[in-house]
Each structure stands twice: as structure tokens, then as C-alpha cells.
Design a protein around this ligand. Structure first.
Ligand code: NAD
Length: 295
């Protein structure tokens, strides 16, 4: 039996994840703005601190995993870009930083962060907004999407998900995360039929945008299927999975960007590549060759 923190546990994919974990006999500490073991508002620094502390207290300082599914969709509204940045980026990274020591204390802990295929399929997302979030500057991120006016929320949304995916990939490989036994990965869904998408479909303008978007498989994704992917990424099968972003999106990313990834390292990136090679330190003294795990 493991102890898992699940944000966004009151609805959609977070709820489906929490239900599956409980059915498998685990203890789930759900975090949400309502209808959860830990009720807190992840759009404020104080709410995030409170959520993080309460989970740590209830878990007794030890977590076997965490799923970060709380998030706001790209619906219209003047305050929306700020709320999106606060919940989708800071509402993930601040609790995770606070929970890291508890995850180290857990049994080969796994973390799954909900990203989105909007990361690779939203055009012209301002790089400044992504950089600002990674630098911890919400004001600057919000200012960077302001020129889009009423159309700003989808750009804030994509920027928040790009930033959180990069945060995952940067942290996942470090001694503090991978080296301390935690596996940190992201799941990038496409349009999944949850209350979030249902709200978008109930507004004619948003519904048109959603339905016009190319999905090679057709239809929408099932929240339960995405929860199954998250559970797989929490299982022993993910022991060797580190810093991955898994797309489960009906093929939209592959449709728009078939050659976008994987890509070879270009010549201009060689100095940095060689520097990274030189700077690498094995997480354990014996190393994979000596202990025979990998050949
Ligand atoms: P959902 O709206 O059904 O559930 C999201 C949950 O987050 C809700 O329970 C909500 O109360 C909670 N939440 C929102 N703001 C909060 C706040 N300030 N404090 C605490 N909790 C808050 O959404 P979903 O579709 O299940 O989305 C889950 C995750 O997947 C989100 O991060 C979303 O961005 C991402 N995602 C969804 C889709 C999709 O099509 N549904 C696609 C790509 C990515």
C-alpha cells in the first residue's frame, strides 16, 4: 500500500486517477479547491503552501508518488491568463518542491505531471512567457501574453504547459530527483472528454475551435484511459522512465509535427552537448556497468 498525493482529485482525470489508486488499495490524499481531503486554492501562494503542508502532515512526511492534475483550461476571461499561470505552473512546481523530501523517503516514488498537447500544437506561443514562468515571474508571463487581447488565454495555457514540461525535464534528471530515487515524468493529453472540455463545448465559439482541431483518430479521449496511463507511469514499469513527456492525443501532435521529434543534435549544439557529457556524474558509485543492471 502506497500513499499518493493527487491534485485536481475532485474532477476529470485527477478524479479518475484517485479512484483507481483507491481501488488498488492505496491511500490517496486528494487536493482540490472543493470536494477533496485537502481543500486549498492552488491559484495563490498561501493556498499552495497550505496544500503542500497539509499533505505532508497527513502523509507523515512520506509519499510514494504524486499526480499533479489540477489545472484550468484556456477559457475566455480577463483574469484567466493569470489564473492559468498560477494553477497550471506554480500549482505544480511549488507543491512538488515541498514534497520532494517526502518523495525521497517513499519507496521508489513516481510523479506524473499533467501537461498537454497544446505545448506543441499551439502556434507562436511567446517564448518570453515560458521563460518568465521558469524564472518564477508570473507578472511578466501575464504581460507577455497581453498583446493577444481577448485571445490571450490559449497562449497563457500553452505557455504554462510548456514551462511545466520543461521544469519536469530539467529537474527529472538531477541528483535531487533521479539520483534520489524519484521518477518524474509528464503526460500530455489531447482533447479528453472531462468537465473541463465539456465546459468549452458548451460555449458555441469555443466548441467551434475545439471541433475544428485535427484529431487523426477522431473523437475525444476517455478520462479513464488517461488515468490508466498515469497509473502505468506510477508503477514499477516506470523505474527506468525519467523526464519523458508522453503524448496521448489521438495523433494531433504527430499530424502537425511529424518530423519535429526525434531530432539529431545539430552541429551548433555540439559544445553544449560535450559539456553536458563531461559534467555528468553517475547517481551511484558502482554505476550501471558494475552492478550489471544495464549492458
Ligand atoms: P477538470 O476541470 O475536470 O479537473 C481539474 C480539477 O482542477 C478540478 O477538480 C478543479 O477544481 C481543480 N482546480 C482548478 N483550479 C484549482 C485551484 N485554484 N485550486 C485547486 N484545484 C483547482 O479538468 P481535466 O480535464 O481533468 O484536467 C486535468 C489536467 O489535464 C489539467 O491540468 C488540464 O490542463 C490537463 N489537460 C486536460 C485536457 C482535456 O482535454 N481535458 C487536455 C490536455 C491537458
Amino acid at each position: 500500500v502506497g500513499v499518493y498525493a493527487v491534485t485536481g482529485a475532485a474532477s476529470g482525470m485527477g478524479k479518475a486517477v484517485a479512484e483507481r489508486l483507491v481501488a488498488a488499495g492505496h491511500v490517496v490524499l486528494g487536493v482540490d479547491i472543493e470536494r477533496a481531503e485537502v481543500t486549498a486554492d492552488l491559484s495563490t501562494a498561501a493556498g499552495r503552501r497550505e496544500a503542500a503542508d497539509t499533505v505532508l502532515r497527513l502523509a507523515g512526511g512520506r509519499l510514494d508518488g504524486a499526480v499533479l492534475a489540477a489545472g484550468l483550461g484556456p477559457s475566455p476571461g480577463p483574469d484567466r491568463p493569470r489564473l492559468i499561470c498560477e494553477v497550471n505552473y506554480f500549482g505544480v512546481v511549488e507543491p512538488l518542491e515541498a514534497w520532494r523530501p517526502a518523495l525521497v523517503a517513499g519507496d521508489r516514488a513516481k510523479v506524473v505531471v499533467f501537461s498537454s498537447n497544446s505545448t506543441t500544437t499551439t502556434p507562436v506561443v511567446p517564448r518570453r512567457a515560458v521563460r518568465a514562468l521558469l524564472a518564477g515571474d508570473a507578472d511578466k508571463a501575464v504581460r507577455s501574453v497581453k498583446p493577444f487581447g481577448k485571445a490571450a488565454p490559449p497562449f497563457a495555457y500553452a505557455a504554462s504547459k510548456i514551462a511545466v514540461s520543461r521544469w519536469v525535464r530539467r529537474r527529472a534528471v538531477t541528483p535531487e530527483w533521479a539520483g534520489a530515487g524519484i521518477r518524474l515524468n509528464a503526460l500530455a493529453p489531447g482533447a479528453i472528454l472531462t468537465p473541463l472540455l465539456e465546459r468549452q463545448l458548451s460555449t458555441p465559439w469555443e466548441a467551434r475551435t475545439v471541433r475544428a482541431f485535427p484529431v487523426p483518430t477522431g473523437g475525444f479521449g476517455d478520462p479513464g484511459h488517461l488515468a490508466d496511463w498515469a497509473l502505468f507511469m506510477l508503477s514499477d514499469a516506470a523505474d527506468f522512465m525519467c523526464g519523458s513527456v508522453v503524448f496521448v492525443d489521438g495523433g494531433s501532435d504527430a499530424y502537425f509535427r511529424p518530423d519535429g521529434w526525434p531530432r539529431p543534435v545539430p552541429a551548433r549544439s555540439l559544445p553544449r552537448y560535450l559539456w553536458r557529457m563531461h559534467a555528468f556524474r553517475r547517481p551511484d558509485e558502482s554505476g550501471p556497468e558494475e552492478n550489471g543492471a544495464v549492458r
